[in-house]
Design a binder for this molecule. Structure first.
Ligand SMILES: NC(=O)c1ccc[n+]([C@@H]2O[C@H](COP(=O)([O-])OP(=O)(O)OC[C@H]3O[C@@H](n4cnc5c(N)ncnc54)[C@H](O)[C@@H]3O)[C@@H](O)[C@H]2O)c1
Length: 257
């Protein structure tokens, strides 16, 4: 392949869930910068519109779509509206996820909360894969990127729902790679601690100091660090890479405890 094509996403359509902030926002901007037509979806429509607007101001192509990934009807609508806007679907960044942050003490939470974490982090990803896959096959190019976490392999207190849901994302990714190959590649990214709104709710200077003691690259992640890995999996350069989980973590381990 011509080297100039390795990162070229021109003509490809990408959906990013939770694209209004943090890692999703950086991923949407990164994919747009390399030529993709980008659907910035979020249940915070204003945030999604701001990101889409910035992309367009910088010469990219983007549209904002309102979608709560925990609602099946909205996932169906997201798929349909993407096709209406851009006519095809090639890249899916299943980015929305939540829970954890040391708030899952089994002596305090109930099954309903545990279930909610799996609905958001696992079921919604699986369902959106199911919805977009036929369109990726039809388009002749498909790459799905699921956002996991270092929590999928770390062990810490009061995070069992989030951590096990992200471990499920890793294994689901490897299995779906079989189901959707050879037309579609399915990979996951496991970020370490990345400076976003989500991290800001739990990060203290003491916790950051402890994290850096276990981080060779001596800083926490920025959303763009993760977006670089998203670009790699989305683009033709990773044409023979599927079923993988790439941990992007400054070479280390950052936990809250
Ligand atoms: N930030 C970190 O340190 C870190 C570390 C490991 C993994 N992750 C994973 O990265 C992903 C993104 O995290 P982030 O830190 O960028 O989060 P963030 O809070 O900065 O942004 C999340 C975005 O998703 C949107 N969102 C939340 N719930 C939604 C829903 N149900 N439907 C649609 N949109 C929804 C929010 O409005 C927001 O715009 C998550 O899967 C998270 O588990 C983050």
């Amino acid at each position: 392949m011509d080297n100039s094509e390795l990162f070229n996403l021109k003509g490809k359509t990408a959906i990013i869930t939770g694209g209004g902030n943090g890692i999703g926002e950086a991923s949407a901007k990164m994919l747009a910068a390399f030529g993709a037509k980008v659907v910035v979806s979020d249940y915070d429509l204003e945030a999604a519109k701001n990101v889409a607007h910035t992309i367009e101001k910088n010469g990219g192509i983007a549209v904002a779509i309102d979608c709560d990934v925990t609602k099946d009807k909205e996932l169906v609508k997201l798929t349909e509206q993407t096709l209406q806007h851009f006519g095809n679907i090639n890249i899916l960044v299943n980015n929305v996820g939540g829970g954890g942050a040391g708030r899952e003490d089994p002596n305090q939470i109930e099954v309903a909360q545990f279930k909610k974490v799996f609905e958001m982090n696992v079921f919604s990803m699986w369902r959106l894969c199911q919805l977009v896959a036929p369109h990726m096959v039809k388009a002749g190019y498909g790459s799905i990127i699921n956002m996991s976490s270092m929590a999928s392999v770390n062990t810490s207190p009061a995070i069992s729902a989030y951590a096990s849901s992200k471990a499920a994302v890793n294994h689901m990714t490897k299995n779906l790679a079989f189901d959707y190959g050879p037309e579609i590649r399915v990979n996951a990214i496991g970020p370490g601690a990345v400076r976003t709104h989500a991290l800001a709710t739990v990060l203290t200077p003491e916790i950051e100091k402890r994290m850096l003691a276990h981080t060779p690259l001596q800083r926490l992640g920025e959303p763009e660090d993760i977006a670089g890995a998203v670009l790699y999996f989305a683009a033709p350069i990773s044409a023979w890479v599927s079923g993988q989980v790439l941990f992007v973590n400054g070479g280390g381990t950052q936990t809250l405890d």
